[in-house]
Write a protein of this length. Structure first.
Length: 134
């Protein structure tokens, strides 16, 4: 391997960090999505608990505001949320391989462009060399 190809391999290995970083930063894990959903459910259940608790002090105003939506409707919303979350997680699990393929394709394309740039650079550099006297 010549120097251009070695530099290309090093750059491609370094560039591999870009899709890995993008995936880790912007694509949440199933665990994270499930945790966020559970936090939302817990908040809704806490609101129901406030509605059903006896009236006391400053809790009274909060209870009156929350009570505008009946507990039965809130329970239905929770069940719908669970069903929607299951659908959402199914879509996410199907989308992840596509996202990985796109990131991999982008990395391969970038490495290919880098290799072509190296070839062009080497070709230009060869054009400026003095011919060997024979």
């Amino acid at each position: 391997m010549n120097g251009w190809q070695r530099a290309w391999i090093v750059c491609c290995v370094v560039l591999l960090l870009v899709p890995v970083y993008l995936y880790r930063t912007f694509i949440p894990t199933d665990e994270h999505l499930n945790q966020k959903h559970q936090e939302t459910i817990d908040e809704k259940l806490a609101e129901i608990k406030v509605i059903q608790s006896p009236i006391q002090g400053s809790n009274r105003l909060l209870r009156e505001v929350l009570a505008q939506t009946p507990v039965s409707e809130r329970l239905i919303e929770i069940e719908q949320s669970k069903a929607n979350h299951a659908e959402f997680m199914d879509k996410v699990s199907k989308q992840r391989p596509v996202t990985v393929a796109k990131l991999t394709g982008g990395w391969i394309a970038l490495c290919g462009l880098l290799y072509i740039a190296g070839l062009v650079g080497a070709w230009i550099a060869r054009g400026f060399r003095k011919p060997l006297a024979g």
